[in-house]
Design a protein around this ligand. Sequence first.
Ligand code: GDP
Length: 504
Amino acid sequence: QKDVNYVRDLFLGKIQGKHTPIEDIKELHNAIRRSGRRMQIIGKPVETNEKIEENDVFPRPPPSKSELQPRPPIITVMGHVDHGKTTLLDSLRNSRVVDQEFGGITQHVGAFSVKLDSGAEITFLDTPGHAAFSAMRARGANVTDIIVLVVAADDGVMEQTVECINMAKSARVPILVAINKIDSPKANIENAEQMLLQNGIQVERLGGDVQAIHISALKKINLDQLTEALALQAELLEIGSDPTGFVEAVVVDSRIDPHRGRLCTVVVQRGTLRKGNILIADTVMAKVRLMRDAQGQLLTEVKPGYAAEIEGWRELPSAGELVLQVESEKQAKAVIKCREGKKELEMQEAEKFAIDAKTQHHQMLYKEKLELKRRIGRFKLRNQGPRAPESMPEDDMPTLHLILKSDVVGTLEAILETLSTYNYPECRMDIVSYGVGAVIENDNILNTNRFHISAIIYTFNVSCPPILQQKAEAQSVQIKHHNVIYKLVDTIKQDMNSILPPKQ
Ligand code: GDP
């Protein structure tokens, strides 16, 4: 034991301060030999900073089965564009929201819960589409218990339906199919189910074990059947969580409200969230001041499986970020400092790696990755101010300058992520700035020839004040509005193609 401790301490840098001099490496070898264990030392000794690890906090080990209590399942709605995801979420949100006797308009806060007649409750993530799901997954957040795959009965399985099936399978999340638009005269349910079969989804009617509910999201037909089926599946999956101890949650949405400041919706995964709790997400902290549900009702506590919009963040955390409760503000500050230190080290490492990379191509890939990490890794989400394009190389490669404005951080990230996967050898995409919220004067200033570039403004689910719209038109600045991520990305792709020189 003494030797094992010695080895551990050596690695932690407890001996001889931070550094592990060569004598200690010899001693380390001896210690390993004495301990009778086999161990191989790979690479050079690295400088470790014990304090960094000590001050960080991590999720607790998983709870034992006896500590688990049932919680509402968390559902993500996915499917091909225009198959009715948004309509379904709207119908569910407006007709079946928990405590609807309180009235009031439900808001898009990233998640909402519905209560069934049976008393069971279900939480829906309110960001449809697989881009948002993959943005979360990219951060390692497996929030979803069940995926509702929406397939329009008049259209059947389409390209993105297949993408969603693959995504669900690789994430090992069970699927429940909602065949939508059964009210449409062109609906062909059998065809849709056959197409699903060809793509590896065998519904119960065709002898498989995937439940398929036939609905009309628009006419609100069979929505109860859908939610009951979800509750049943949740029961079969024995979804449970431990409502005691320190809180663990995941950010599903964050935004800036002109009146209420920074807001962030989290889904609680463990523990019970209460007012006054100190939380950290990545390197951002909050002291929970207020919590509300999707209907704006104030909450006093939030149990696992439920979502709440939280006020009290010092900065905005990003979607998919893990939220952990800590003991005090003092601890939160220490953890943040430690995490910032770690990040800096990681960046340095990656930079070194980029320089060491064998080929130029590899170097480029790493640099791009690094840049993306910088861009979306740590949002400072006030509106990103305009910047001069001084960092652009001076060549005559056609360049599309663009500005992105989105309603919430989650979708903004999803768009940035999707864009980052496109690689054009003959032209360049220059994201001049991006931000959350309506189009503002600042976004437009860019185009007054101050920087001699002309950017196109692409918006997702946000508005542009009429006065700015007029100004933009007067200056021939294009503002392209969208409310489907897929379509927005498509427009950008088309615009990229349009600036390519004509093929000889
Ligand atoms: P999303 O892209 O998957 O979010 O699809 P939307 O919810 O935006 O719906 C696309 C179009 O299909 C809209 O015009 C909806 O009104 C329509 N739609 C959605 N659900 C139904 C339905 O159950 N029946 C019919 N007839 N139309 C629907």
